[in-house]
Ligand binder design. Structure first.
Ligand SMILES: Nc1nc2c(ncn2[C@@H]2O[C@H](COP(=O)(O)OP(=O)(O)OP(=O)(O)O)[C@@H](O)[C@H]2O)c(=O)[nH]1
Ligand SMILES: [Mg+2]
Length: 660
């Protein structure tokens, strides 16, 4: 029997039941004999001490089980928005996903954020409406919520009986059920006219087999999202979900004999402190003792490989296309690195980077050096922690998503490294946006130009959220192909130099939402025309001149500092509005749409990220404990008042060095 592999992500808003569902699936597949509990800290995937203490998932974890001929590598992800980076890192290695929605709470803020990302990446996704046993569960309401707020392309695969009780069951719709058939036809006809034609022609001749096959085809293409119902706690509906995983999601494709290609999505330290890389293979086979290329130009020898087999990691001699493995021996390998000669699927930025940063201070000043080493190790497992060192002030700061992540970093430093630290006040990480267009050029051999290159660059503002776009608009004959081989390679390198330079704008913040166009280019060669005659230009000339020219262009364009904001949805008792409104005003929130009802009122407001935690803290007192708050990132907005400046973290070498 030919085995297939399905690399499956389980994603959801915090507490929807991902880890409990994972446990239930492992049990149903016969991998574990006893179902662990999140609340007791006994699950397979919440294995870190901190996860067990807090009852939340912090790191993504891989477990494996089999459904018939399919090996499922399941990745249980954290739902708390502070750990969204963990989700981002696994997205690039998934064949499919299960999005868990609570039957009590319905679609929540993070559910939507995750669904948008799954849709953007066209990852085939099943939806599991969980907790049908819990008081207040309402499967019908959850389904409506999903259709209205997540995606209209859904088909309910079962109906629920006895919801809100331990006896709740989900019964799969029979293929012959007329209502189910007509719903299927409706949804599938969106992308397949033949289905509709056959149905209209003669309903009875459209076979159930054909409908099922079309459903599978369209689900595998991420066009339709079948919705399952059940309870991870009682096990109701889990068998149907399992059958759906094998039938409706695409197992990994890839050529085991092809060239080696894979992506690193997680780094862990082993018992002896050695680095372990989690790799998803897209093509080819890696054996122990193979030499591998990874990252931009690193190389290492694989000393050990382990695969996930029925819940445990098992030593193997090789890992092939489609599989996930842990690799030892690859020295400096990092998250996001691709291995092999061929590009794998690149890791893309799907969610926002952290918007806060905080200075970390060791309680014992003797510990400063150890703290630096410890943070560097945390950053290798979580690159977005982005440790910054301010040499002038002798301070170390880390970027963060929120308070919970901060507490986790603090506890990890204490537990794993024996380091007691305090955090100074959390401050926003601002960004800069250009406010106009600006252009600058440095000409080869001009007095002002210390490098052997001509570079002209223009900066233009671009729509909010569009980040950085680089375009090459020069005569290809002016590009030093002897250095960069191809025009594409030159463009890629210039793109990278530009991105590097834009990490610190006029006020010291990341510059974003702009288009940078290269308008002039030239280089010198020994036998060139007089204006270009000279020692040959090197790549370093282009790399070092780029920031000089770009900063001049940016100065001409001008920038504005923008702060991160969140949009909060509040549900509060109507008689507490008199207390909540002034509190919102004090926090600098702009209230968008209050909707007043007799008992409960809802409203949304946008406020600076730094104030969201204050609001969360004040809410219980303001609303007699009745207020509910959900928040999601709402983009960057120009700061009012003076423009906050960040000191330069590290001296920008290109700006201070004169020699090429
Ligand atoms: N009644 C009921 N409770 C459930 C069900 N699934 C999970 N829970 C409970 O919900 C809580 C959260 O469950 P988890 O499995 O940790 O949720 P999660 O989605 O993994 O949470 P994070 O990883 O922290 O985002 C726990 O107290 C579970 O016992 C269910 O089907 N029914
Ligand atoms: Mg969990």
């Amino acid at each position: 029997m030919l085995r297939r592999t399905l690399n499956l992500g389980v994603l959801a808003h915090v507490d929807a039941g991902k880890t409990t569902l994972t446990e239930r699936l492992l049990f149903a597949a016969g991998v574990i004999d006893e179902i662990g509990s999140v609340d007791k800290g006994t699950t397979q995937t919440d294995s870190l001490a901190l996860e067990q203490q807090r009852g939340i998932t912090i790191k993504s974890a891989v477990v494996s089980f089999a459904i018939d001929d399919v090996t499922v590598n399941l990745i249980d992800t954290p739902g708390h928005p502070d750990f969204i980076a963990e989700v981002e890192r696994v997205l690039s290695v998934l064949d499919g996903a299960v999005l868990v929605v609570s039957a009590v709470e319905g679609v929540q803020a993070q559910t939507r954020v995750l669904m948008r990302a799954l849709e953007r990446l066209r990852i085939p996704t099943l939806i599991f409406v969980n907790k049908i046993d819990r008081m207040g569960a309402d499967g019908g309401r959850a389904l409506n919520d999903i259709s209205e707020r997540l995606t209209p392309a859904t088909v309910a695969m079962a109906w629920v009986d006895g919801e809100g009780t331990r006896a709740a069951v989900a019964t799969p719709h029979a293929d012959a059920d007329a209502v189910f058939r007509s719903r299927l036809v409706d949804v599938l006809a969106e992308h397949d006219d033949a289905v509709l034609a056959a149905y209209l022609d003669d309903d009875t001749r459209l076979s159930s087999r054909r409908l099922r096959d079309t459903l599978a085809t369209q689900t595998k293409r991420a066009l339709v999202h079948p919705v399952f119902f059940g309870s991870a706690i009682t096990g109701a509906g889990v068998d149907s979900l399992m059958a759906g995983l094998a039938e409706l999601l695409p197992a990994a494709a890839g050529d085991a004999d092809g060239p080696v290609s894979g992506t690193v999505f997680k780094i862990e330290r082993g018992q002896g402190g050695e680095r372990i890389a989690y790799v998803r293979m897209f093509s080819g086979t890696v054996h122990t003792r193979d030499r591998l290329h990874f990252g931009s130009d690193d190389e290492g020898k694989v000393t050990a490989i382990s695969l996930f087999v029925d819940g445990a990691a098992v030593q193997r001699r090789a890992v092939s296309a489609g599989e996930i493995a842990k690799l030892w021996g690859l020295g400096e390998i990092q998250i996001g690195d691709r291995i092999g000669e061929v590009p794998g699927r690149a890791m893309q930025r799907e969610f926002l980077p952290p918007t806060l940063e905080s200075v970390v201070v060791p309680l014992d000043s003797e510990d400063r050096q150890r703290l630096r080493v410890a943070l560097a190790q945390l950053a290798e497992q979580d690159p977005l922690i982005n440790v910054r060192q301010d040499d002038a002030r002798q301070e170390i700061s880390v970027s963060l998503y929120g308070e919970v992540q901060k507490e986790v970093v603090q506890a990890t430093l204490a537990n794993d490294f024996g380091l007691d630290v305090a955090f100074r006040e959390t401050t926003p990480i601002y960004v800069e946006r250009p406010i106009g267009a600006g252009e600058a050029v440095e000409i080869l051999h001009a007095d002002s130009n210390p490098f052997l290159a001509t570079i002209g660059l223009r900066v233009d503002p671009a729509p909010d959220g569009s980040r950085i776009v680089f375009r090459l608009r020069v005569d290809p004959r002016t590009v030093p192909l002897y250095l960069y081989k191809t025009l594409e390679s030159f463009t890629e390198h210039m793109d990278e130099y530009v991105r590097q330079a834009l990490r610190e704008g006029l006020f010291g913040w990341q510059v974003t939402d702009c288009v940078v166009t290269m308008t002039r280019c030239s280089y010198s060669i020994p036998d060139g025309p007089p204006s270009r005659r000279g020692p040959p230009s090197t790549a370093a000339d282009f790399r070092k001149l780029t920031p000089l020219v770009l900063m001049q262009a940016l100065e001409r364009a001008g920038t504005v500092v923008c702060e991160p904001t969140v949009r909060v949805s509040l549900e509060i008792p109507t008689d507490t509005i008199g207390a909540v409104m002034p509190a919102l005003a004090r926090l600098g929130a702009a209230v968008e749409t209050p909707s007043l009802q007799a008992k409960l009122s809802t409203m949304t407001a946008v406020l600076p990220v730094t104030r969201a935690d204050d609001l969360q803290r004040q809410l219980p007192a303001l609303t007699g404990g009745e207020g509910v708050l959900e928040s999601s990132f709402a983009g960057y907005q120009p700061v009012s008042g003076s423009q906050p400046t960040r000191r330069r973290a590290v001296a920008n070498t290109a700006l201070t060095t004169n020699a090429p």
